[in-house]
Design a protein around this ligand. Structure first.
Ligand SMILES: *[C@@H]1O[C@H](CO)[C@@H](O)[C@H](O)[C@H]1NC(C)=O
Ligand SMILES: *[C@@H]1O[C@H](CO)[C@@H](O)[C@H](O)[C@H]1NC(C)=O
Ligand SMILES: *[C@@H]1O[C@H](CO)[C@@H](O)[C@H](O)[C@H]1NC(C)=O
Ligand SMILES: *[C@@H]1O[C@H](CO)[C@@H](O)[C@H](O)[C@H]1NC(C)=O
Length: 332
């Protein structure tokens, strides 16, 4: 079943008069990397505008320094628009930031068309090797989607199931942790089973103005983040504790954190910071919090870490004793 079939289905679904955005991504031409060893070390600077019309656009961010090479894509679609992807040899984990979408895809495994309605906060994984479309049929609402794309994924790894999987809504979930400074919610293959085949996990976090996500480290996987709203800072240390990056981030910025590098995010004073992110291994590899009650190192390197992150020893002591502020903290 080829792309012409897909197009026919689309026309049937939508009728006439919709604007069409055609996207094709994962082009492979090689560009020169501008190695930038300054404080922006882990910002993803390479991106490609793969679709751009008056009906919307799609930008893919990628960084060849990352072994897993997950790509982050942002898609913005105007009301009453349609985007078609003929064939994507990669797993695509989508998150609806705002708006509503009608998604349809033909899975190469079973040649069957699956159609599903996605709402704000929904996570959905399109199997590798699918042709798919996304339609924004609303007449007054933009659609914004962020995707994590896993190109190294082999084809045909996804199980053929009788009923296509449902979407998973992150907004309806109770956050994994929450206090007056913010919240964080994450989903992996243990909660949303399709993610088991890709090994991709997703998190969404919110920091109120001036708050900081406690320094932590992911011992197993690369973490990716994209600023959905607001602005702040992301600070990363080398595994040996010296400073690797400390940079301002604002809406649309994409960064990655290699495994074993301690890091934290801080919302600017007077501005909140909202992040969406992906990890490359969904095997329950949540980052380990370094500071605070849940800390694995609270009895060891506290002072050095505190100095690296610009927090006083007294503040660390306070954090360690303050259970309820263990994950999201006010900045000094
Ligand atoms: C993208 O499309 C918009 C509207 O059609 C146009 O104004 C803009 O210049 C385009 N951007 C690029 C980089 O081509
Ligand atoms: C820590 O590791 C980084 C990166 O390998 C290196 O550039 C830096 O000099 C190291 N710092 C110390 C104090 O060893
Ligand atoms: C980072 O943002 C802060 C707060 O907005 C600002 O004071 C500072 O100058 C910025 N730093 C850089 C390097 O842009
Ligand atoms: C985005 O962040 C700004 C600044 O913190 C805030 O005023 C605004 O309400 C946020 N918008 C959304 C949609 O959360």
């Amino acid at each position: 079943m080829g792309s012409s079939t897909t197009l026919l289905v689309l026309l049937f679904v939508l009728g006439n008069g919709v604007a069409v955005t055609m996207g094709r991504f994962l082009r492979t031409e090689v560009e020169v990397i501008e190695e930038d060893l300054d404080e922006e070390l882990f910002l993803v600077k390479e991106s490609k505008l793969v679709a751009n019309t008056s009906a919307g656009k799609m930008v893919v961010f990628y960084d060849r320094r990352v072994p897993e090479r997950l790509q982050i894509a942002t898609t913005t679609m105007e009301p009453r628009s349609l985007m078609i992807h003929r064939f994507l040899a990669a797993t695509n984990v989508m998150y609806v930031v705002s708006g509503e979408a009608n998604l349809g895809y033909i899975d190469q495994n079973n040649q069957r068309l699956t159609q599903i309605r996605l709402r704000e906060g929904d996570v959905y994984q399109i199997p590798a090797g699918s042709a798919f479309y996304i339609a924004n049929e609303e007449s007054d609402q933009k659609l914004e989607i962020i995707s994590g794309i896993e190109p190294s994924q082999g084809l045909g790894d996804d199980k053929i199931t009788e009923d296509p999987p449902r979407s998973y809504n992150l907004n309806k979930r109770k956050p994994d942790f929450e206090n007056k400074y913010g919240w964080r919610v994450a989903v992996d293959g243990s909660q949303y089973h399709p993610l088991k085949s890709s090994g991709i996990g997703i998190y969404h976090e919110y920091l109120s103005a001036g708050s900081m996500m406690a320094p932590r480290v992911n011992p197993m996987a690369t973490e990716y983040g994209i600023v959905v709203n607001g602005s702040g800072r992301v600070q990363v240390l080398f595994p040996n504790g010296s400073n690797a990056m400390d940079t301002n981030i604002t809406k649309g910025d994409v960064f990655f954190i290699p495994s074993n590098f301690p890091y934290c995010e801080i919302a600017h004073k007077g501005e909140s910071l909202e992040l969406l992110g992906f990890t490359t291994s969904a095997q329950r590899n949540r980052p380990v919090v370094l500071v605070g009650a849940r800390s694995v190192v609270r009895t060891m390197e506290g002072p050095e870490l505190a100095t690296s992150f610009g927090v006083s020893k007294e503040e660390i002591k306070h954090l360690v004793s303050a259970q309820h502020e263990s994950v999201i903290l006010p900045t000094p």
